[in-house]
Design a protein around this ligand. Sequence first.
Ligand code: TA6
Length: 289
Amino acid sequence: MSAPFQANGPKPHFTAGLKGLPKTRLTAPDGSQAEVYLHGAQVTSWIPAGGSERLFLSRTAQFGPDSAIRGGVPVVFPQFSNLGPLRSHGFARRMDWGLTSVKMGSQDTWALFQLKGNEDTLRQWPHAFLADLRVTVGGGQLELAFSVQNVGEQEFSFTCALHTYLRAGDIHDVVIERLGGLTYLDDLANRERKTQPEGALTFTGEVDRIYLDAPEQLVIHEKKSTLWVEKPGFPDAVVWNPWAERGAALPDLEPEGYLHMFCIEPAVIARPVVLAPGESWTGVQRLIS
Ligand code: TA6
């Protein structure tokens, strides 16, 4: 259930994406573009003006009513991973969201997607919520603002992440700065607490880490490009690459896909968000090329 579409904005244009699922393309005045499926309100493509695709979308991704799309930016809500009783990473990425408004400004274009607690979500998670994802593209930037409001009468808490799959020319060339010295929970060692050595993070094998209280801005270099990831409102950051063996075991990750992707995920994990009735929370991810 979503709010009615705003009559005074531009009309959204849907085309049939993979498996016929509806998707919409947002194009900014400078030509930058993003593509978003209603399924999961999942951004699956971002091409900055004059640039090339910056998100990874697996060629073998599954697109179906009960599946999560492997790539782009899955919205993980209301539970990160297996940290609770729900299916891994919660239900938001497997549900159809509504598109409630689209606006084109002089510099950028944005669209607002909504997911409201319904019979299906209540069966899984007994809380009345309204979640919004505002996707803005323009000016070499993709911004995702994720908000959750408690529209019920009981307090609730949740964890969440924007599980962003970034495209890599070659994973061996990817260098992530500003994680040095941070404490992380290592998913490859029962979430043991470890300290990231000083210096940049590079990939030479499987990485699955929850960095606690990561800085608001991370910097990612590849041979010919730099990307800044800003994450106001999200204290934690997950870094993931399944590498060869684990990657090959994921049926919806294309062969050798691990060479061309890595996830940087602004997240709220260690200290869940707690919302009293009427309260809301917002976290923002900005990818700046
Ligand atoms: O965010 C990292 C992670 O939790 C990894 O542990 C890995 O399993 C990944 O997400 C993908 O999860 P998925 O349920 O999409 O296969």
